[in-house]
Design a protein around this ligand. Structure first.
Ligand code: ZN
Ligand code: ZN
Length: 360
């Protein structure tokens, strides 16, 4: 086994402990990566209390330090970017379509699950070294700074996927609900794709940031964070659904909702135009939906989890070409608790990135 160190959940809180960690010896098609920068994702906050012994972190950029004999894709010294999935069967119909994250035969998450080959517990990127199948490490394109590229590998691909699935381009009317790590990248990507973008937020002081990111409009919503909080629609409301009865109804072709907790969706569904789509990509968990609202206007509710290897490569190339990178606050990894606590308090514009060089 290989030895490294990692910020580890030993207390069930954000007060992670720096402990030794063993990584597997390289398989023939593995590479070892020195992790340089790792983004702090909202999923990490969800996972820490749920998984004792966890090392979080599933969006990182590092440098190849060693390669197995069959891992010829990368050379030692290459910069690589790694996201939320690090192995899959490669043979099922979803893998053959390049949708490895939807592998039908036991894909391997970067953390929070088991390695599909040997069943070992996967530990994430709040660590100085990672070992993975070389197929799942993307070459970092020229023009992307490593520290700001790290969050593209979860936050970036998570919002890129619904934009591409909906064929967003010039003339598309896109709204982004929630302006955090995911949301601010959704705005940047949608603007670069040519869409007219609106931000929906419960935080009034995010309007200026939304417009600075390229949004054309800002909707301050009072939408309840309590999914059960809004009054349920009744039959008598049916006739009014779909009428132009509020200034923001029937405005959008796509809403990318990045809000990472349960919330009421009624107002957002009403904002969709005919055949509009509401894509929930934050971890909103159990959120009630009134299908009357979807029915009038033939609207769709969808979701997705990051993306496969081809989509991720496409996203990285697009980001490099258009100069898109997340707005990040880089901190030494020793400040991981502060970063997690401030993320939980919604006090970051827009993504924390840990610099792991302090683990040497
Ligand atoms: Zn994530
Ligand atoms: Zn598969």
């Amino acid at each position: 086994m290989r030895s490294t160190t990692a910020w580890t959940n030993t207390r069930g809180t954000t007060d992670l402990e720096l402990l030794p960690l063993e990584r597997r010896d390289l398989r023939d098609d593995d590479i070892a990566v020195q992790i340089d920068y790792c983004g702090v994702c909202h999923s990490d906050l969800h996972a820490i209390p749920a998984i004792p012994g966890l090392v979080p972190g599933h969006e990182f950029v590092g440098t190849v330090t060693e390669a197995g004999p069959a891992a010829t894709r990368h050379a030692v010294g290459d910069r690589v970017a790694i996201g939320t999935v690090v192995d899959s069967c490669g043979a099922c119909r979803n893998c053959l379509k390049g949708e490895e994250i939807y592998c039908l035969d036991n894909w391997t998450p970067t953390y929070g699950g088991l390695d599909r080959v040997d069943g070992a517990v996967m530990q994430g990127g709040y660590s100085r070294e990672y070992v993975l199948n070389a197929r799942f490490a993307h070459p970092l394109p020229h023009g992307l700074a490593p520290e700001s590229a790290a969050p593209l590998m979860c936050a970036g691909i998570t919002v890129w996927a619904p934009l591409r699935k909906a064929n967003v381009g010039p003339g598309s009317r896109v709204a982004v609900a929630g302006l955090g790590g995911l949301g601010h990248l959704a705005v940047k990507f949608a603007v670069a794709l040519g869409a007219e973008v609106t931000v929906i937020s419960t935080t009034a002081d995010k309007e200026q940031a939304a417009l600075a990111l390229g949004a054309k409009d800002f909707i301050l919503t009072t939408a309840s964070q309590d999914a059960e909080g809004a009054a349920p629609l009744e039959a008598k409301d049916f006739a009014s659904i779909g009428k132009e009865n509020a200034e923001n109804n029937n405005r959008f072709d796509l809403i990318v909702d990045t809000i990472p907790f349960p919330h009421n969706l009624d107002a957002e569904i009403l904002m969709l135009d005919l055949d509009g789509e509401l894509s929930l990509v934050g971890l909103a968990a159990t959120t009630p939906v009134n299908n009357l609202l979807l029915l009038i206007g033939r609207k769709s509710l969808s979701s997705s989890a990051a993306g496969g290897l081809p989509a991720t490569a496409e996203m990285l190339a697009f980001a490099a070409k258009h100069g898109i990178s997340p707005d990040v606050e880089v901190v030494p990894s020793s400040q991981v608790k502060t970063a997690l606590d401030r993320l939980e308090a919604n006090d970051v514009r827009f993504r924390f990135v840990l610099d792991l060089s302090d683990l040497d």
